[in-house]
Design a protein around this ligand. Sequence first.
Ligand SMILES: C[S@@+](CC[C@H](N)C(=O)[O-])C[C@H]1O[C@@H](n2cnc3c(N)ncnc32)[C@H](O)[C@@H]1O
Length: 399
Amino acid sequence: MRIGALFAGYGGLDLAVEEVFDATTAWVSEFDAAPSRILEQRFPDAPNHGDVTKIDWATVEPVDIITGGSPCQDLSHAGKRAGMKAGTRSGLWASMCDAIETIRPAFVVWENVRGALSAEADSAVEPCPICVGDGRGVSLRALGRVLGDLAELGYDACWAGLRAADVGAPHGRFRVFVLAWDATRPAGLEGNTAPTVAADLGHERPRAPRDRRTGPADRGREPVALLPTPAVNDMGASYDVERWDAWTARMKAAHGNGNGHGNSLHIEALRMLPTPQAADGSGGRRSSELGGTRPSGAKRAITLATALDHIDFGQYAPAIARWETVLGRPAPAPTEPTGKGGAHRLSPRFVEWMMGLPDGWVTDTDTSRNEQLKALGNGVVPQQASAALRHMLTLKGAS
Ligand SMILES: C[S@@+](CC[C@H](N)C(=O)[O-])C[C@H]1O[C@@H](n2cnc3c(N)ncnc32)[C@H](O)[C@@H]1O
């Protein structure tokens, strides 16, 4: 099967779709320069058609699966919640609809943030928020619009929400996934049988309330402390631990709600460094991962790289150990030296590991540290997407 990947980022969603459908990525559409360079290196045979709003879909190679995590800024709880509407970045879902309508793939895979369950949307059947309903509240949410648009195009769908922690990752990162298939084809032609699913199959079952920062306690496992999930917003990056804690304490005293944004991954990574020391040359790798190759030059560098083998991951140790077991490789050092006076900062290689990517998928590309952190903050954990897809294929098969 061939995949056309919209809003491709570093291709995390497509790694999962390739694996689950035994498919190949035929082409991508990504307009930002840094992720485009990552894609060029990681999917060298897939041409990049660039900006989705400028593509003539009739001229691109037909594919069996169209994927896309359309921009989430206007749906995310971290943003201004402008919604999935014409003119917003999240409104670019409309371009994905154009691609689906023209190419008519057998399957569509869509992914987005938790805010898709609640952010407002408009659509062709509801051109303004009060056109359906009694005018006193929101009538249409983003996920509802996506499912409605797909239905209008002749696609049945099911959907699922889960956290990266549900597949063992050391952070939460709830994401919604939709699997849709062309219901206008005779059964079997979309690569599976009986493409009909009851409308309520995708609903989440009610669960006991739980602390979102901990693991899946409701499955009888020991809850573990989870790290903040990687984000594009590099909150806390300009602080050291002491300044961050002092600022948070001041905010709590003044407003009663800490910093109002939750924890910072940068700061939590710094807390895991046993003792701030002089700069090393490990580039975010543990000394054991350097395969005995000593960083060139400085003796002090070798000393710290060795010390990094004894990182105390503190309250996050069980979550880190769990993901090490799932991935089958050790966590890289969480921080790297800034090169200024022994100071350290969050290591993109550690974030890449948190995101479940092959070592170097993003960090060994022709991109800067900031570009890497941005792409990683935007990306999909492939193992999480694979679990969601397998679950949804089961739902589809059961219908
Ligand atoms: C949420 S990220 C998708 C992440 C991706 N699924 C992954 O696993 O890495 C959305 C991506 O859409 C890209 N994007 C935004 N507007 C676009 C447009 N008009 N055309 C193509 N890509 C666009 C952004 O640069 C960003 O990389």
